[in-house]
Design a protein around this ligand. Structure first.
Ligand code: PLP
Length: 395
């Protein structure tokens, strides 16, 4: 039985059209795109095509696209490029809710000679833009902000912020890994200097990403080596991955409308029904400025991990807001930054949909979730206490 896959912000299925496009380049056409012979050169042509398609999706020029190995590499490349291009500037601005790809780099920088400002968000996950502008100064090398949050789907007004950052003389980078393919991106009409995206969040394979670098932006490569990518990223190209990303970008452009209509309607039905049928269920974050595919719901007084384990019995894949890697159940830094109470943060579940989800799948989740939560709450001492005190509405 196929899983009911509602964890598309973690990774996505490779689109069948993408797979079909890739396969010959993992077998018959194995040439090196840098070779002088036609056998390799033909592969180079295919990469050129993929670059044009990726640029198209972003409203960019093909020369402004550098292929990388992942979103994380794109993020690191962007931040280091700005720091190396402006060595006298020692200040970085980012937010408190970034993906670890930026968060952990920013924390590293703050321990290694840079000053880093982490801009806070409000209870709805909205960025404190005034705080950002207040801290922007002549020493700021780069402002790096995610376009859309991977946990809550909240969208930051990055185009507007980029304009102010440009006016004040710093570089602006956005981690758009979750935004690309879900919201319209037109870099031709913005002043964003650099933008990261990742193949596997977009129905391309894992192991490929891209960094957009606006023409004229000062740049220093992260990986030094061969002359690939016009000297901006050494290393023989991940040919199959890049071709897959090109095809996925083309499909994403065609499916952007469906993402914002059919997928959005599935998401809305899922969250509205769950919140109606399950007491003490709260949607995390600003519902008006959100990706169409994502919902983060707090089920108070239960553990997110326990919910996931029970959902797993029905082959329903979702994700929780906590990371139990350290052994202690630390609630997500995103929900903490939003001041979500402890009892809600711990029971937060993220459902992230894709174009491959169906009404029947959503029906099943709507049927199973109330049972799962009820089962867990029966075992929860917190819930028993609340129920006894008659604080909770019992349906
Ligand atoms: C997944 C993700 C990344 C990292 O991308 P990888 O390709 O897995 O390295 C970065 N930022 C955001 C917002 C993401 O969701």
């Amino acid at each position: 039985m196929k899983p009911i896959y509602l964890d598309n912000n973690a990774t996505t299925q490779v689109a069948p059209e993408v797979l079909e496009e890739i396969l010959p380049y993992l077998s018959t056409f194995y040439g090196n795109p840098s070779s002088m012979h036609t056998f390799g050169g033909n592969v180079g042509k295919k990469i050129k095509e993929a670059r044009a398609k990726t640029a198209d999706l972003l409203g960019a020029q093909p020369e402004e696209i550098v292929f990388t190995a992942c979103g994380t590499e794109s993020d690191s490349t962007a931040v280091w490029a700005a720091l190396r291009s402006y060595p006298a500037k020692r200040h970085v601005i980012t937010s408190k809710v970034e993906h670890p790809a930026v968060k952990n780099l920013a924390e590293y920088l703050s321990r290694n000679g840079y000053r880093v400002t982490f801009v806070p968000v409000d209870k709805l996950g909205r960025l404190d833009v005034e705080y950002l502008y207040h801290h922007l100064n002549d020493d700021t090398a780069i402002v790096s902000l995610m376009w859309a949050n991977n946990e809550t789907g909240i969208i930051f007004p990055v185009e507007e912020i980029a304009a102010e950052v440009r006016r004040r003389g710093a570089v602006f980078h956005t981690d758009a890994v979750q935004a690309v393919g879900k919201v319209p991106v037109n870099l031709g009409e913005s002043v964003i200097d650099m933008l990261s995206l990742s193949g596997h969040k977009l129905h391309a394979p894992k192991g490929v990403g891209a960094l957009y670098i606006r023409k004229g932006t000062k740049f220093a490569p992260f990986l030094l080596g061969g002359h690939q990518e016009h000297g901006r990223r050494g290393g023989t190209e991940n040919v199959a991955g890049i071709i897959g990303l090109g095809k996925a970008a083309e499909l994403a452009g065609e499916r952007l409308e469906e993402e914002n209509t059919r997928v959005r309607a599935l998401r809305d039905r899922l969250e509205e029904t769950l919140v109606q049928r399950i007491p003490n269920a709260i949607i995390n974050g600003d519902r008006d400025h959100r990706l169409p595919n994502t919902t983060s719901i707090a089920f108070e007084f239960v553990e997110g991990e326990a919910i996931l384990l029970l959902l797993d019995e029905y082959k329903i894949c979702a994700s929780s807001g906590s990371a139990c890697t350290s052994g202690s159940l630390e609630p997500s830094h995103v929900l903490r930054a939003m001041d979500v109470p402890f009892t809600a943060a711990h029971g937060s579940i993220r459902f992230s949909l894709s174009t491959y989800n169906t009404d029947a799948e959503i029906d099943l989740v709507i049927e199973k979730m109330p049972q799962v939560i009820e089962r867990l709450r029966k075992m929860s001492p917190f819930w028993a206490e609340k129920a006894a005190a008659n604080v909770c509405q019992i349906n």
